[in-house]
Design a protein. Structure first.
Lengths: 387, 289
């Protein structure tokens, strides 16, 4: 009985001591990382790469990691940053925002000074507040405008926002090509919902109301019922807001249904995955809004493609190119501030001016560095810039 | 009316794939009383092997598919052999073991083929048939036809062949079957192997309709499992009815409920199962009491 009575007060005291310890120190914080006064002058520079390595988004994660690794390998081969090598720690977020938040805490505790990734806006949105509280700058491949609403000084995009992709596309379709009957088919994940809202907003600005607007679940494989309803509206253009494989399936099923509208889409349509899923004949004439129209549009993209192919045995695409540019921006910032950390590194990223594969990077207060995309059209399985 | 029949046709096409998946689930459950949670992953392996034979080795599709079924059938035999020691010791552990086997297969697929998926062109290049304004891709008709043949072939195997009859005997009473000289382990291995072959057939046929990736078995496995439950777990005709049912319900749900179609499909499924818990044709399995 005596031991039983002593147990509860001891447990309560232990709990109080734990709470006090937690309140007194924020995990991972230190004056040097907040002020960014400078990093330890020796040892490797640790950067985390977070992307899906399993699950439905794992192909994007693989492209991204390869792009980052190529940039880092090239930088290390050239001497690193102030003689220090960059080491990458790869984490699998499984495309799951909850897993992402766990990884954000893990990154902070393991001493990574910056993060590259993720490819999914939903995961990046979940991780951003934790990374900001840990003063870890993050360059992401996400493109949702919701990322900008966080107003985080530590968050940067390695490409244009979804609004840029879609407003450029809408202007081309309506003002340049004169299309008026436009239908939408988007999925309901964070990317598809973002595309839906951005493209709809862009059409409204141009005075166009869609003739059909259908939403499918993100893992839907049978789009025929939705496409059949769209076919009844007889659109001139079908805008698709979905990931690469689902977009390709949509186009394949649309053509099988006799729906011959022009297909228009953002970045996913500019990837080999879209082409292989849709089929070359079905993808013919697809109008693509993308900042990276192909591996042979410039000398820089040709060199990048050659280096990537030599390293990995397959040609790169948009996601690899975005991740490569993001890594190059990070490396440039590290060199400029002599491997600083925290807010100093974030400010150094914002000060970077870099001519990359996607265009000229110059970051604004919201962390966006690129403000334009290009329009291409798929001909014989290749994307050509429109004149 | 055109819209109704177009939706019905698309539902039957996908339903045929679900039916093949359900056949594999039902065969193993019928003979062993085991729900094989590796079935979706085995389907994925079959899809990858078939697409490798078809795209890389450039075999005709009609050769690539049976070759993939053979290779994947061996994978099924290996899974059964690894898990066999658990069967008479702790059956629940054997069931959990199938979950582990599925995880191993998915990781192995990423190592072998990387996580980048692949599109598979349709082996039937002719234009869709048009009947009363309804467009029917010829490949979809092929999938439905092969599913029907697979069902008949399986039923004949179970009823007219010695190994099939032995499997039925093991399912009824494995102790009596042993006493009659039937090797229960070998019989179960055949069930696993055929189940894996059916999964591979489903995966190989689904490849040109969908997209081959390491996670393709997840959603197809769930749809096939639901189909098997709806039709009556362990019932061969039930697997067909359940598969086609899930496919058609899903198609009409997609037509009317768009982004909520998955939710509606499984609400309808839940209601049907609550009305008839053993499925349309009733549950058929080994007595493990």
């Amino acid at each position: 009985m005596f031991r039983y009575r002593l147990g509860y007060p001891a447990a309560a005291l232990a709990a109080l001591l734990c709470l006090a310890a937690a309140a007194c120190s924020a995990p991972g914080s230190s004056s040097s990382s907040v002020a960014g006064g400078g990093s330890t002058p020796s040892g490797p520079i640790k950067i985390a790469v977070v992307d899906a390595q399993s699950g439905s988004a794992s192909d994007l994660g693989q492209f991204e990691y390869r792009g980052v690794k190529l940039a880092v390998d090239q930088a290390n081969a050239a001497g690193g940053v102030d003689g220090r090598k960059i080491t990458l720690s790869l984490f699998d977020d499984q495309g799951d925002p909850t897993v992402g938040t766990e990884l954000a805490r893990k990154i902070a505790s393991q001493g990574d000074i910056a993060m590259l990734g993720t490819a999914e806006s939903a995961v990046t949105l979940a991780m951003a507040p934790i990374l900001a509280s840990e003063h870890i700058p993050n360059i992401t491949s996400g493109q949702s405008t919701k990322l900008l609403e966080l107003n985080s000084p530590y968050l940067f995009l390695n490409g244009p926002t979804g609004l840029t992709y879609d407003s450029t596309l809408a202007k081309y379709l309506v003002q340049k090509k004169g299309y008026k009957k436009i239908a939408l088919l988007t999925n309901n994940d964070s990317y598809g919902a973002g595309e839906h809202d951005a493209f709809l907003s862009a059409l409204k600005t141009l005075g166009i109301t869609p003739v059909a607007d259908k939403v499918v679940p993100q893992d839907q494989t049978n789009m025929t019922p939705a496409l059949n309803a769209i076919r009844g509206a007889n659109p001139q253009v079908l805008f698709i807001g979905a990931e690469e494989a689902q977009s390709g399936l949509t186009v394949k099923q649309a053509r099988a249904l006799g729906l011959n509208a022009v297909i228009a889409e953002g970045a996913p349509a500019g990837t080999p995955l879209y082409l292989s899923t849709a089929g070359t004949a079905n993808a013919e004439g697809t109008i693509v809004s993308s900042p990276y129209l192909g591996n042979d549009v410039s000398d820089a993209s040709k060199k990048f493609a050659a280096d990537y192919t030599e390293a990995y045995g397959s040609a790169p695409e948009l996601h690899g190119a975005k991740a490569y540019d993001g890594a190059q921006v990070m490396i440039a910032a590290l060199k400029a501030c002599h491997a600083c950390t925290g807010l100093a590194l974030a400010n150094a990223i914002r000060a970077v001016h870099y001519d990359g594969l996607l265009g000229s990077f110059s970051y604004n207060k919201q962390g966006v560095g690129i403000f334009a995309t290009s329009i291409g059209i798929i001909r014989n399985g290749k994307i050509e810039p429109v004149s | 009316m055109q819209s109704f029949f177009q939706t019905l046709v698309s539902g039957l096409s996908f339903g045929a794939v679900y039916a093949l998946v359900a056949l594999g689930f039902s065969l193993v459950y019928r003979t062993m009383g085991l729900v094989n949670f590796a079935h979706g992953a085995v389907l994925m392996i079959g899809a990858y092997v078939a697409s490798t034979f078809y795209l890389s080795a450039r075999l005709p599709f009609a050769v690539a598919v049976p070759a993939a079924m053979t290779v994947t059938g061996v994978v099924g035999l290996l899974i059964e052999r690894v898990l066999r020691p658990l069967e008479n010791k702790d059956f629940d552990l054997m069931l959990i073991g199938t979950i582990g086997a599925g995880t191993v297969l998915e990781a192995a697929a990423i190592v072998i083929w990387t996580s980048a998926g692949r599109g598979v062109p349709s082996p039937v290049r002719t234009a869709p048939l048009t009947v009363g304004g309804v467009r029917i891709p010829p490949y979809d008709l092929l999938v439905i036809g092969i599913t029907a043949v697979a069902m008949v072939a399986l039923a004949l195997f179970l009823q007219r062949t010695k190994p099939g009859t032995a499997m039925q005997a093991v399912a009824m009473d494995h102790e009596a079957a042993t006493a009659a000289g039937i090797h229960v382990g070998r019989s179960n291995a055949i069930a696993f192997g055929i189940g894996a072959g059916l999964a591979a057939l489903a995966g190989a046929l689904a490849g040109p309709m969908l997209y081959v990736s390491p996670t393709m078995g997840d959603s197809l496995g769930i749809q096939g499992f639901a189909a098997a439950v709806l039709g009556g777990f362990g019932s061969i005709p039930g697997a067909i009815a359940g598969g086609l049912g899930i496919g058609v319900i899903g198609a009409f749900a997609a037509q009317s409920f768009q982004g909520y179609s998955d939710l509606v499909t499984f609400v309808v499924f839940t209601v049907l199962v609550m009305i008839r818990p053993t499925g349309i044709f009733g549950e058929k399995t080994v007595n493990r009491a």
